[in-house]
Write a protein that binds this ligand. Structure first.
Ligand SMILES: O=c1[nH]c(=O)c2[nH]c(=O)[nH]c2[nH]1
Length: 309
């Protein structure tokens, strides 16, 4: 927040445009098309305090102008870019073009359009919507300091066994039985921080951030499920979450911290009985009632400890 002290009061403000939706097609000479759809939020920390204190709008970058700029910059990306590249480009623009803007914060959610295959062959211009979304947050200051965070939203994972929950506190309020056999279902939200602190330190490889996104997703999924035949036992969502975060930090040295949110989405055992018929449906790890709410909420952040050297 851009901060001002006025008349003994601390005043913080920011402004921008939210949910600017843009689609961008790139058409290669060989007829292959690439497509991205983004929902963009731009937030500017700028010296436009006079508009709040004195009705003077002369330092405001109009939010309508911010919206237009998203389309202009999308047009300027003549070659395919990652969602992170686009966020960095926008943030660089706002902080360099306007003397008033000290920091730009750009958040983007990318819709998961995936190329379809027809008869086993990738289609040149056909896409279908997938499930989980690629997100990014870029914070860039006029002084050149950069922070790039990326993430995944809505990665729904489920396994039908190799999960349990035992040894937790039992008291007069506890009814949950201990188990070594249950379903485990979650919808992972993760964000991770890259350790690139300036534009000049960014990898030059084209589409680097998209590749990393796929790598991180694979590390998460592999850790959650274990090997195809044996799987891996989960003693709690907490333990599995920790191992997933650790796998990401262990595999990718350019990531300095991860934040993981993994709701425990419950599938309740179904038992149906009546006075006359005590065993209409007797649960044997087979019939479940899927639920949305309430759900367990489990989240954690795992960071590298900064070396003092
Ligand atoms: O993996 C779990 N962690 C919990 O903290 C918890 N609490 C609960 O009721 N079931 C579970 N499962």
């Amino acid at each position: 927040m851009a901060e001002t002290i006025n008349g003994g009061l601390k005043f913080e403000q920011r402004h921008g445009k939210s949910r600017v939706r843009v689609g961008r097609v790139w058409k290669l000479p060989n007829g292959s098309h690439f497509f991205a759809e983004w929902k963009v939020n731009v937030s500017l920390l700028s010296d436009c305090v006079a508009s709040y204190l004195h009705q003077d709008n002369s330092d405001i970058v109009a939010t309508d102008t911010i919206k237009n700029t998203v389309y202009v910059k999308a047009k300027e990306c003549s070659e395919q870019v990652t969602v992170e590249d686009f966020a960095i480009k926008l943030a660089q623009h706002f902080t360099s073009f306007y003397q008033q803007v000290t920091t730009a914060i750009v958040n983007i959610v990318e819709k998961p359009w995936e190329r379809v295959s027809v008869n086993g062959q990738p289609h040149k211009h056909g896409f279908k919507l997938g499930s989980e979304k690629h997100t990014t947050e870029v914070i860039f200051s006029k002084l050149g300091t950069l922070q790039v965070n990326s993430g995944i939203e809505g990665l729904a994972l489920l396994k039908t066994t190799q999960s349990g929950f035992e040894g937790f506190i039992r008291d007069k309020y506890t009814i949950l039985p201990e188990t070594r056999e249950r379903m485990l279902a979650t919808e992972v939200t993760i964000s991770w921080k890259y350790n690139y602190n300036s534009v000049s330190s960014l990898p030059v490889k084209p589409l680097y951030f998209s590749e990393r996104y796929m790598d991180v997703k694979k590390a998460l999924v592999d850790t959650f499920f274990g090997s195809p035949n044996e799987g891996v036992y989960s003693p709690s969502v907490q333990r599995t979450l920790y191992l997933m975060g650790k796998a990401v930090l262990g595999r990718f040295p350019d990531i300095s911290s991860v934040h993981l949110k993994m709701p425990n989405i419950h599938f309740l055992p179904v038992n149906l009985s009546s006075k006359d018929n005590p065993e209409i449906v007797k649960f044997a790890d087979d019939v479940y009632l899927p639920t949305d709410e309430p759900h367990g909420s489990i989240e954690a952040r795992l960071s590298r400890v900064q070396s003092k050297m």
